[in-house]
Design a protein around this ligand. Structure first.
Ligand SMILES: Nc1ncnc2c1ncn2[C@@H]1O[C@H](COP(=O)(O)OP(=O)(O)OP(=O)(O)O)[C@@H](O)[C@H]1O
Ligand SMILES: [Mg+2]
Length: 261
């Protein structure tokens, strides 16, 4: 007997208005545990807004957000959402420029409240153990993302591609079940794109992290199982990565009818 996979994220009639402007209109979408799910759409479609609604940065006007089948996270605060296992990157990457690569990833681990203030203050065995674990996890993340050799470089001095990758590394520090990536390939050169797609695939296939990825670069379809396409805050397509390539509405709305490989 095959077990039904969990729906890790589900939105029901999710709606967001800014004043009179409707930027998300009754969006129903779901991400199944274990998949790489693409969220595509032209500029201004509402992709980043969707991320902000799910992670508690913005409050929905109406509708519901469910996590892990049964948890209502509709109005949950960002730290609560992170604690539940949703990690994210931002389209514009907020890094600590004066911190090194290693320090940035270490700092992100402590957004996850392993230790209480008292444990830190008294330098208790629990705190020391947590710090040791954080260092190990930082080392693992740097290893996986090929950042060990540049661990002492300050974030501000990194090439753009590596700054984006450091955003992914920081999101991984909360040990997410669901990792939401907002245009991780933006501004990367072909080599960096290839490496990043590979790394995302590894996170999904080998570590078992479910991925929701927003991208403009169509190479992302190579690693997506399913895809949702939105335009002006409304869903115009839901299906597999293969189906989306041939979908007429998507081609017209999103690609202006231009054929692509
Ligand atoms: N704080 C805000 N106040 C008013 N309008 C906003 C606000 N944030 C976003 N919008 C509007 O909501 C719409 C969706 O924006 P959003 O950033 O979610 O699009 P996007 O799909 O991520 O686009 P891009 O591909 O350019 O990143 C746009 O019309 C944008 O101008
Ligand atoms: Mg965006």
């Amino acid at each position: 007997m095959e077990f039904q996979k969990k729906t890790l994220l589900k939105t029901v009639d999710l709606t967001k208005r800014f004043g009179g402007l409707v930027v998300m209109n009754k969006l129903n979408m779901q991400v199944t545990e274990g998949e790489v799910h693409g969220l595509l759409g032209p500029n201004g479609a509402g992709k980043s807004t969707f991320f902000n609604l799910v992670t508690g940065v913005l409050k929905p006007t109406s509708g519901k957000i469910w996590y892990d089948d049964v948890m209502d996270i509709t109005n949950a605060k960002p730290h609560k959402v992170a604690k539940l296992g949703i990690g994210r990157t931002f389209q514009l990457n907020p890094l600590f420029g004066d911190f090194t690569v290693e320090e940035n990833i270490m700092a992100a681990q402590f957004l996850h409240p392993h230790s209480t203030v008292l444990q830190v203050y008294f330098n208790t065995p629990t705190y020391r153990k947590n710090e040791k674990e954080a260092q190990k996890s930082t080392n693992d993340i740097m290893e996986m993302l090929n950042m060990t050799a540049i661990k002492d470089v300050k974030a501000a001095a990194l090439p753009h591609g590596y700054q984006k990758l450091l955003g992914v590394a920081r999101a991984l520090a909360v040990k997410p079940k669901l990792l939401m990536l907002d245009e991780p390939l933006g501004g990367m050169n072909p080599e960096e794109i290839h490496f990043t797609l590979d790394a995302i695939n590894t996170m999904n296939k080998e570590i078992g992290i479910t991925i929701l990825i927003v991208e403009h670069n169509m190479q992302v379809l190579d690693i997506c199982d399913n895809v949702t396409v939105i335009s002006f805050g409304e869903k115009i397509f839901d299906g597999t990565a293969e189906e989306v390539r041939d979908d007429k509405t998507v081609n017209e709305v999103y690609f202006g009818g231009v054929e692509y490989d």
